[in-house]
Design a protein around this ligand. Structure first.
Ligand SMILES: [Zn+2]
Ligand SMILES: [Zn+2]
Length: 96
């Protein structure tokens, strides 16, 4: 089950469960769409994988299985991210 983390790991933009701006990697590292598109260029700073839009959990299910309230705040090291993008940017995540 996805944790549905409450905010962008980098910029802390709130990403409530119904947000269409939430993006996750296969480990559920969670960022907002603009961080993924502009800053990360679809390269996860933690695992090197790509991102996908986070599915929206219907309200009825959310009542029984609430979203996480644990904030993960790990601002991206821009220099390290530049190297990751050099290595993986523009590559299909399946081929990284
Ligand atoms: Zn962000
Ligand atoms: Zn990741």
């Amino acid at each position: 089950m996805l944790e549905l983390r409450p905010s962008c790991e980098n910029c802390q933009k709130p990403l409530p469960p119904a947000s269409t701006e939430a993006r996750i990697c296969s480990f559920e590292c969670t960022f907002c769409a603009s961080c993924v598109d502009d800053l990360l260029q679809n390269v996860c700073p933690n695992c090197g994988g790509g991102f996908t839009p986070r599915p929206i959990r219907p309200a009825a299910s959310l009542a029984r299985h609430p979203a996480s309230v644990v904030v993960v705040h790990k601002p991206v090291d821009l220099e390290e991210q530049r190297k990751r993008i050099e290595r993986w940017g523009g590559q299909d995540p399946a081929k990284r």
